[in-house]
Design a binder for this molecule. Structure first.
Ligand code: TYM
Length: 332
């Protein structure tokens, strides 16, 4: 069966971009693949966090993923820091990727422009992401378009490692959805929708109430023309609304454009489709939120399953490099 792995940072609640670009696809794929989904808390601490903040955010994001349809009985959901092989393997990845390759990562360039303190971890972030992926012999990595470059560098790392030390890692490929791969900020439609942009009016949270969804989508920035056309270069705001409506209703955004002659009805339909999509998810989240102990139990089951696979792959990588094995593992 095809092995799938993807990850998401606990940096706040999910937004519509995460959902339409990635998580909804994960929920669909889990039924026909052997799927692993990882809440990447160690990636989130590449930018400083308040003590204790991560605990609640990680739990809540895990509940949101389950509410969004990831079923722990069908797929494996776990927290990155619960599987210590990720950080150990990341060192091997750091030694297989070059300074120049890491310097060319656009996510690093964007984030380092936005922060005063640029940690070494922010720079080596893609090496940890490569470890996340390669530890599971992953065939496919379902992500939004912004993560393509990180999957490409993971492929390069896997190929280089395999040619240096012999066949060790499966070389994975990115899987990006046709609609929803790049949902843009509603107020600044040339920037991707994200939580860190300080643009609460530009980003729709999965837990936003219907009134807020309506307000934000109706206030979305468009342009001074009135023609509805799917053309991200010339009409980013309108195209983003078509993308949202298309992804939410499983329609082709370019086809949808032909059905509208004014912006108002397009906004109204996009808002209604998003509200309909989020309703059941919000109801499930309320149930899960009421039982954090059960979420922790499910995450433990996920980590145990993940660790068995990760440990075997890491052992293979170390053996292929030819590190001297200890006589016994001290704590096992
Ligand atoms: P993150 O946490 O930023 O985003 C999680 C997923 O959501 C997608 N996404 C979007 N898709 C469409 N439109 C948007 N505006 C939008 N914003 C986010 C992302 O493409 C992603 O699929 N580095 C990764 C996390 C990661 C990872 C991994 C991913 C760590 N290890 C291993 C895959 C495999 C990240 O920061 O995603």
């Amino acid at each position: 069966m095809t092995r799938v792995l993807s990850g998401i940072q606990p940096t706040g609640d999910l937004h519509l971009g995460n959902y339409l670009g990635a998580v909804r696809n994960w929920a669909r794929m889990q039924h026909r693949t052997d799927a692993f989904f990882c809440v990447v808390d160690l990636h989130a601490v590449t930018v400083p966090k308040a003590p204790g903040e991560m605990r609640a955010v990680t739990l809540r994001l895990s509940q949101l993923l389950m509410a969004a349809g990831l079923d722990p009985e069908t797929c494996t959901i776990f927290v990155q820091s619960h599987v210590p092989e990720h950080t150990e393997c990341a060192w091997l990845m750091e030694c297989t990727v070059s300074f120049g390759e890491l310097s060319r990562m656009t996510q690093f360039k964007d984030k380092s422009d936005r922060h005063d303190f640029i940690s070494a971890g922010l720079f080596t972030y893609p090496a940890l992401q490569a470890a996340d992926i390669l530890l599971y012999d992953t065939d496919e990595v379902p992500v939004g378009a912004d993560q393509r470059q990180h999957v490409e560098i993971t492929r390069d790392i896997a190929e280089r490692f395999n040619s240096r030390y012999g066949e060790t890692f499966t070389v994975p490929k990115a899987v990006v959805p046709a609609a929803g791969a790049r949902i843009m900020d509603l107020q600044r439609p040339t920037d991707k929708m994200s939580k860190s942009l300080d643009s609460p009016r530009g980003s729709v949270g999965l837990l936003d109430e219907p009134g807020a969804v309506n307000r934000k989508i109706k206030a979305a920035v468009t342009d001074s023309e009135s023609e509805v056309r799917y053309d991200f270069e010339a009409k980013p705001g309108v195209s983003n609304l078509l993308s949202i409506l298309g992804a939410a209703t499983d329609r082709d955004p370019a086809d949808l454009a032909g059905e509208y002659t004014r912006y108002g009805p397009l906004k109204a339909d996009a808002a209604a489709a998003v509200i309909e999509l989020l309703g059941p998810l919000q109801a499930r989240f309320a149930e899960l939120e009421a039982d954090p102990a059960e979420t922790s139990r499910l995450l433990q089951v996920g980590a145990d399953k993940a660790r068995a696979i990760a440990a075997a792959t890491l052992a293979r990588a170390k053996a292929n490099i030819g590190l001297l094995e200890p006589l016994a593992q001290p704590f096992e």
